[in-house]
Design a protein around this ligand. Structure first.
Ligand code: HEM
Length: 365
């Protein structure tokens, strides 16, 4: 029987979740192209990163404004270890490193990441151009950990062939799911995001009969109608809180890959007002529940990265708190030809090699 799992949805927010703080493009429209950049901040690179964070909205406007249908949006997330190096400001209450998971058969690794850039548009060239500006500004101050260019596939399908994103919350429910409300007053309008890069074994997947694939996902492949399957991916990810209400996240997974190299993947991205919700889903997927020892989608999809970031509000980027350590300095570790550990060194001056300068509205004359 189709579609009869009971859903009791949390009603949409009644107050303005985020209490007036403008979020970044977290709630942005799902688009046909995206670039995901995961970076770590090199010792001494903090000032350059901060300059870029302040300029990101302006850079996005520069690239996107002339292409109204392009829907270019940008989100930057900050990793747990980077927070105290970048800002003299209270930590977001639930910011912590991604918690790796080892289940009976599958492992979700935690991988490095101080910064996540999630760039979305209807055209890949807009994401590409914005990513180029970002990297041009940050080169020498950061190390690239991962870069993925994602695309929408057919009628919003993942590379396993199923429509992905159907049960995403919308409107007020999306806001309630994805944004921090008044529970963390220093960070209202912010969000937490978890990303994982999955590689699919499509040869193995495609040997399964379609009915078996449908049982694993929990939806019909052609019609996208939901199935009543307790052990499916959909069922394992339908979770409820102590109040019996369904707890949701806002996803914008993207297929990516390289047919030439035989690489086929899904870049999972989930925004939530508390990382607990996504973590509970991951726990069920990897370690199971009463219905299943683990999510069988993992027999065909290997997680190769895993990182958690805090996404500050747009207002936060507009008016960054000061650098820690009283301003102009960062502690750098010793490296050949560099000062000893613990020596305070001046942070490098900001280098906008594109010559665009500071595009932040609040600081542009
Ligand atoms: C290999 C990676 C993944 C693939 C290919 C995938 C694919 C899908 C598909 C096809 C659906 C059904 C349609 C829908 O979007 O509602 C779905 C649902 C869902 N997935 Fe995934 N997913 C992946 C990983 C994850 C992860 C890591 C999480 C959470 C940590 C997750 C959370 C969800 C949720 C919450 C739903 C909706 C459940 C509901 O019906 O309420 N997915 N996914």
């Amino acid at each position: 029987m189709a579609g009869n799992r009971r859903r009791r949805r949390r009603p949409g927010v009644t107050s303005d979740s985020g209490s007036g703080a403008e979020p970044q493009g977290v709630l942005g429209p799902l688009t046909s192209a995206a670039i995901f950049l995961v970076l770590t901040v090199d010792p001494g690179g903090e000032e350059r990163v901060r300059d870029l964070l302040a300029d990101l909205p302006g850079l996005r406007r520069s690239v996107g404004f002339g292409v109204p249908g392009g829907q270019l949006s940008s989100v930057v997330g900050i990793g747990s270890q980077a927070w105290d190096r970048l800002f003299d400001y209270p930590r977001p209450a639930q910011l912590h490193p991604f918690r790796e998971l080892t289940g009976p058969r599958h492992h979700a690794p935690a991988t490095p990441g101080d910064l996540l850039f999630h760039l979305r548009a209807t055209r890949l060239d807009l994401c590409f151009l914005l990513a180029s500006h970002i990297m041009d500004r940050l080169r020498g101050a950061v190390t690239l950990e991962d870069e993925v260019q994602g695309f929408k596939f057919q009628d919003v399908r993942d590379l396993l062939g199923f429509v992905d994103g159907t049960e995403n919350p919308e409107g007020a429910a999306a806001k309630a799911a994805a944004l921090i409300g008044d529970e963390d007053p220093d960070h209202t309008g912010g969000s937490y995001v978890i990303v994982q890069k999955y590689l699919h074994d499509l040869d193995a997947w495609n040997t399964l009969p379609v009915e078996a694939q449908e049982k694993i996902i929990g939806r019909r492949k052609a019609s996208n109608v939901e199935l009543d399957e307790d052990a499916s991916h959909v069922a394992l990810n339908t979770i409820t809180g102590p109040d019996g209400e369904e707890r949701q996240i806002l996803r914008d997974n993207m297929p990516f890959g390289s047919p030439g190299r035989g690489e086929f993947g899904t870049y999972f991205i989930g925004y939530a007002g508390t990382p607990e919700v996504t973590e509970q889903m991951l726990d069920t997927m990897f370690c199971g529940n009463g219905s299943a020892p683990y999510d069988r989608i993992l027999d065909f999809s290997t997680a190769v990265t895993g990182t958690l970031f805090y996404v500050p509000s747009a207002d936060f980027l507009d008016d960054l708190p000061p650098l820690p350590f009283g301003g102009q300095a960062a502690v750098i570790p010793s490296a050949p030809g560099e000062p000893e550990p613990g020596v305070l060194a001046p942070a490098p001056s900001s280098g906008g090699s594109l010559g665009i300068g500071n595009l932040n509205r609040s600081t542009t004359p």
